[in-house]
Ligand binder design. Sequence first.
Ligand code: 5AD
Ligand code: SF4
Length: 433
Amino acid sequence: MNNKFHIHTFGCQMNVHDSEKIAGILSESGYGQTDSFRDADVIVLNTCSIRQKAEQKFYSELGRLKTIKKNNPDLKIAVAGCIAQQQGDAIFKKFPYVDFIFGPDNIDSLQTWIKGTTMQTSLKYNPGYHTKTLPVKRIGRVRAWVSIIYGCDNFCAYCVVPYTRGRERSRPCKDIYDEVVSLTEQGFKEITLLGQNVNSYGKNLPEKIDFSDLLRMIHEIKGLQRIRFVTSHPRDISEKLINTMRDLPKICNHIHLPIQSGSDKILASMNRGYSYRDYKNKIDMLKAAIPDIAVTTDIITGFPGETDEDFRLTVNALSEIEYDGIFAFKYSERPDTKALTLPDHIDETTKSERLSHILKLQEVITFKKNMKMEGQELEILVEGVSETDNENLTGRTLTNKIVNFSGDPNDVGNILMIKVKEARQHSLYGEKV
Ligand code: 5AD
Ligand code: SF4
């Protein structure tokens, strides 16, 4: 019998990449991957606790697994990720049919568990985790994620991540370098360096290296065509990094720089460590150095204490900066976080109204920006078949815009020039030049 595993991933790119490591370990242990719950001998739910909504989705999914386990008592269910770390044993009380709970820093424990042990949880501090290179079963074959820094030390008042992913630790640069070399040898063309705050890379390492130095090192690797990174903290964007981005051609002209709010009062109570002016200065420096850089951001609406005036400042920031795209969320109460204790929580209706106001405003800005690209000839890396229209191929510009076009599937993995024919709300349509 060929054993099979199924993974359901909730949440961010960090979790998607962790699931690639989970799949890597299970594949190495002789398991095959299946898309279906019902065919699986092992199901892993890789959870997210960033907002209540993500958490609810996981709990309803786990509830549905009860009957599947009843019909197949040999099925093993494992819960991974941020909820696993935060809730730990408490999950067994409500869901006794769960077999194993492991946190984002204990993915390596799956190697032991899958061989058959009585171990039920693996959630403890795992000091050497960031120096381990785990097997990875990658989703694509053109773009790959590479972890460079784990955890977060920023303690933004709303955020659960420092409690689920622990203190900041950088991966040794040699391990990162070797992984990127091996990826390019396998034919990958683009890598995205991953971390909660990539700009603080190197702080805890014995060697004197920072994020810009790491970029320079990786840039030398032959066969690698494009480098991206997420996420950057605005406070830690340095002139050195901006110059490095400007000078190294493989670094894509895009930065994701979460602003969260345009109000200095709210930024201070969020513990973000910058004012709107500081933030705007960094954007101006980036745009001066790299004129066609695309900037995207994250916004939270209805953080405790956010008045109409504070919200107006966020709207102003969006109008002034004109982002290429945003991710906006209603503030969501998270256990253990500082924001829970703040006064003047905002009602759901106001949060929702503010969110939809922002999303509408941004739609207009995004579309206007996409329209400006009509007629331009742009370099794209072809990633595969379009998700929305499988007659077409899809690729991304250096500025991270999705371009669909009709072309030859043999071009997947190639860099092509495309002329933009039509701007759409969330993508561009083009033709091969
Ligand atoms: N409520 C709403 N949004 C949140 N984010 C993080 N924590 C919360 C929360 N408690 C958002 C931030 C962050 C993005 C990944 O998720 O905007 O940048
Ligand atoms: Fe990612 Fe944060 Fe969600 Fe964890 S809580 S999966 S780190 S977004």
